[in-house]
Design a protein around this ligand. Sequence first.
Ligand code: SAM
Length: 414
Amino acid sequence: MVRPTQEPVAFEQQQQQQQQQQQQQTPQRTSEASDSDGVVDEKHNALLPPTAAATQKKRKNGGGLDLDQADKASLSNRLKTFRKSFKYLYNLTPQQVDDFMASYVIYNLDWADEAQMVAELGPNYREKVGECLKSYYSIMNHLCALGDVEKMYIPPFMDKNASVIENQLLYEKAIAREIGLDTLGLRVLDIGCGRGRVAAHMATATGALVTGLNIDPNQVAQAREFSVERSLRNEFIVRDFNDLPLPFADASFDAFYQIQALSLCKDLGGLFREIHRVVRPGAKISLLDWASLPAYDASNPEHVALMRRVKPLIGAVGTPTPRSLEKALEDAGFVVLRSENASQGDLQTPLIERVDVYFRAMRQIILGLVKLRCLPAHFKTLINRLCLDGEAFVKMDTMRLITTSYWIVAEKPQ
Ligand SMILES: C[S@@+](CC[C@H](N)C(=O)[O-])C[C@H]1O[C@@H](n2cnc3c(N)ncnc32)[C@H](O)[C@@H]1O
């Protein structure tokens, strides 16, 4: 296993030059000052062109970590985000809630067992899974946005003094470094792009132009809005990545990354071949995903019972292993450069527990408010489902049976 560690040295110099040029060309905007909740303490810096923002001096965040302006500019206004998602959830129809709950059927299935898929969902199971994914994520993204996981992923545990969000930012910078986002204007593909928040961070930190692809129109709409608000030029399209080929020309991207969406891919080999086609020779790609680890024993009833609880919690259909991911990449023509658990000590538990504790506390408040009839009853249904089985996730992580921070970096040879 090769571990490249090269820093983007030329990038800083290049950014400074670009910053000078752009400051001459681009008037500063001040129109969104009322959005500030204190995360970005110099509002106009958040609205500077990405390259200018990225070169601002680091300053201390309320938490523990030094965040630079690119980090801050990429963050959501937490209060506004919370309010919007809460309102969305408040106004859900009974049908939406029913569809969300019914969508969990797919997490009891696995792509590897096609007969079971067909028995449960019928011969057109791929389309059925797609419908379930839309019903699930159109609500899940708002539930997650009530807490620290608007980006809908628990990041690798990289810094014990950093919050969940800060660990996400640290990890995203590591992706940018590893896939070589060291030149302005590089074209990058992000599949399963959530609400486009990771894409926004990539763009502000590196000057890349990110194309995000997502099956859920609800998230894509939010990603577009977020991008426009920040004067970014990222693009987002609604598309099921199980619907191949991908709608891009050969060699149209300089790099690729994805975060925790691969278990929802029916045909990993087919998707990787498509990614290989749409990135240029020499491009690097980064995958962060959930993987079943060698210690997991499919003949051990305890392991199997834990797996049955954890898959719905984290929203996983397939159960790839590090080796199955590596092999599918190699078969598609990539060379694997890095393949490891990206969490310190191969343990994500400290971050999983923080998220779990937060949502359990929120659950208590929500249950109380539903009881007092201050909130509609469906909040109880949703929060109970969301908080189910957090301890099983922690247990599997501490037993090193699974992880959601398995990181692979690969390259398409020249
Ligand atoms: C666990 S979340 C990962 C978070 C995400 N990478 C981010 O940037 O916030 C999985 C994401 O993949 C998307 N997704 C799931 N299945 C998909 C599919 N078949 N095609 C395209 N996007 C999909 C979901 O809507 C969701 O945004």
